[in-house]
Design a protein around this ligand. Sequence first.
Ligand code: ZN
Length: 240
Amino acid sequence: MQMLSPRQVHLDFHTSEWIEGVGAQFDAETFARMAKEAAVSSMTVFARCHHGWLYYDSWRFPERVHPHLANRNLLVEQVRALHAQGIKAPVYITVQWDYYTANRHPEWLIRKPDGAHEGGPFSEPGFYQSLCVNTGYWKFLQEQTLEVMELLGDELDGLFFDIVGIRPCTCAACRTEMGRTGASRRFSHRAPAWYSPLRRRGGVPRWRVRPSRASRRRALREARGRDRLSSTRARTFSQR
Ligand SMILES: [Zn+2]
């Protein structure tokens, strides 16, 4: 069994396209030596950030390489230098926050029941317009991940997928799937009254096949019978 590294560092690196000279002064040897002196045993290095930029010389998505990436080999150099010091270097890939993708593929955004997207408006700074992986975005994520695997081959220690959440979504793709599978569209970001005790029992995703009237009654009975607290909470939740 592989043990977890005792001292792990997560290099959280999200760099706007307005920042120039990215990696221009990067010295792989100094970088890895400092990590070694700090007794770091594993450091997550970055392939794609929340701005949607890549930090390696991508051949599948050259348009997504950070426009000011001075060192096109930044990711590979980081991995190799860390390995030379006996430090693991798993690779970070953002999933649901990617500003580049969100701007160019509005059809891939998570949609609320009223059609609005999650996060702030595009007119403001930030990258919190969440993407739905039930869309064509999935294919891109798969291909970009494969590219990182091809880039590093046996040198890849692992993948760190960030921002991966089960979230309600009524984008076109999710609506189609709900129609096909018979799942209820009657959900909202605030869970409906029938849902609360079920949610407490199983921690199930918020959108799911709606249970029958009988099973909802049974779940409520069980929740109320189990302890008073759960039924109180169920009511409180439904009154919000
Ligand atoms: Zn969706």
